[in-house]
Design a protein around this ligand. Structure first.
Ligand SMILES: *Cc1c(COP(=O)(O)O)cnc(C)c1O
Length: 402
């Protein structure tokens, strides 16, 4: 039995939505993107959502918008995908990495210690789909308000550190029964091919800035600046008689095409009702099947008023070393099951190591990483496959730890 790690969910409805876009005579940003934005906004409990062509480009636009650059610091967990730190480097600012909790999310005490007068933003990563402790993060930001030094209109308007949620994993996740997007200022999803909801490549920015920010105006700014700062997008310009446009700001070119939005739109219609519950079912199945083994450490599911979108099943095995973990993965791979490790901590990657980051400063990050194996989890997976995966993992673990 060959089991892939994370195949995209493509059914007849996805295919016919894409075909509809192809046959409509319009394939780049247009009505399907607008529909997707509305649906994502509904799911996220916010009024406005702007789709872009990746999480990375969306985060880049947000840092640019808030004029975060050289001399500024942005706090993020050492345990995340590289993109979270790369966007900070692209902006010319300094990524300040902090350690995580046992539940994989950013540690608020470490965040508080890392805040300086140069701190302009914090990226909170909802690792595996389990939300960060937003109450704590917002309280930390509030408690450090005196330190904050604004150096742009937007920063002035907010007058505190900007909280950006890296929600690449957490569309559909909830905190106190509410969508995760309402607990930060800006929440960015990734719709990359392996994520819970996909547009092949893509992402979405949920706008949730407090007063005096005007949500509709912020949405318009984001749309304008995700398409060259151009006053009319190609769809508007294509209407007879509306050829004239202006370029009013130095925007990026990061818009999502309709043909991509079509994939996400068809998936989204089933997300809350089918796709997400299916993922969470598999998560529970793993938890119950592994439950009897004393080496098993269950990942957070529904705890502390937070509920996961089950993007990953990050299995941790108690008492093993990184080398043993690697051996276990080799044994699993021989059975044609694809697994992964999320993530190689940033300080262990050459780019960041060469900049002086050292994994020794992030003991909980290393501890989680060294014992972690991400198992296949997606709606197409049946119980038979889950049984085979569990059986194979148990066999492999027992061989290595005996
Ligand atoms: C996938 C991912 C990203 C990047 O998303 P893209 O859409 O590929 O740019 C950022 N952060 C995390 C935690 C991710 O897993």
């Amino acid at each position: 039995m060959k089991i892939p790690f994370s195949p995209p969910y493509i059914d007849e409805d996805v295919i016919s939505e894409v075909v509809d876009s192809l046959k409509s005579g319009w394939i780049t940003t247009g009505p399907k993107v607008r529909d997707l934005e509305k649906e994502v906004a509904k799911l996220s409990g916010v009024e406005y959502v702007a789709c872009i062509n990746s999480w990375t480009s969306g985060a880049t636009l947000i840092l640019k918008w808030f004029n975060i650059g050289p001399g500024d610091e942005v706090i993020l967990p050492a345990y995340t995908y590289a993109a979270t730190a790369l966007v900070v480097l692209h902006a010319g600012a300094k990524p300040v990495m902090v350690d995580v909790n046992d539940d994989f999310t950013i540690n608020s005490d470490e965040v508080a210690k890392a805040i300086t007068a140069k701190t302009k933003a914090i990226f909170s990563v909802d690792f595996a789909g389990y939300p960060c402790n937003y109450d704590q993060l917002n309280a930390v930001i509030e408690s450090k308000k005196e330190l904050f030094q604004a150096n742009s209109d937007e920063q002035n308007k907010l007058n505190r550190i900007l909280l950006i949620s890296d929600a690449a994993h957490s569309i559909g996740a909830k905190v106190q029964g509410k969508p995760v997007a309402v607990f930060s200022d800006i929440c960015i999803y990734s719709f990359h091919a392996v994520k819970n909801l996909t547009t092949a490549e893509g992402g979405a920015i949920c706008v949730n800035l407090p007063q005096p920010f005007n949500q509709e105006e912020e949405y318009k700014w984001l749309k304008l600046n995700s398409l060259n700062g151009q006053t009319k997008d190609a769809f508007a310009k294509s209407q007879a008689g509306s050829w004239r446009y202006d370029i009013v700001s130095q925007g990026l070119k990061i818009n999502m095409p309709d043909i991509s939005a079509a994939i996400g739109l068809a998936q989204l219609r089933k997300y809350d009702g089918t796709l997400l519950p299916k993922r969470r079912e598999i998560y529970k199945l793993y938890n119950s099947k592994f439950g009897k083994y004393d080496w098993f450490q269950s990942p957070p599911f529904d705890e502390d008023n937070r509920s996961t979108s089950a993007h990953l099943f990050p299995l941790r095995i108690k008492g093993i070393t990184e080398e043993m973990r690697d051996e276990i993965i080799q044994l699993i791979s021989k059975k044609d099951i694809s697994v992964n490790v999320h993530f190689i901590p940033l300080p262990m990657l050459s780019l960041f190591k060469n900049k002086g980051y050292n994994i020794k400063a992030y003991p909980r990050t290393y501890n989680n990483y060294s014992r972690e194996i991400s198992l296949p989890i997606y709606p197409q997976l049946g119980e038979k496959e889950v049984d085979f995966i569990v059986e194979t993992i148990v066999e492999s673990v027992n061989k290595v730890i005996k």
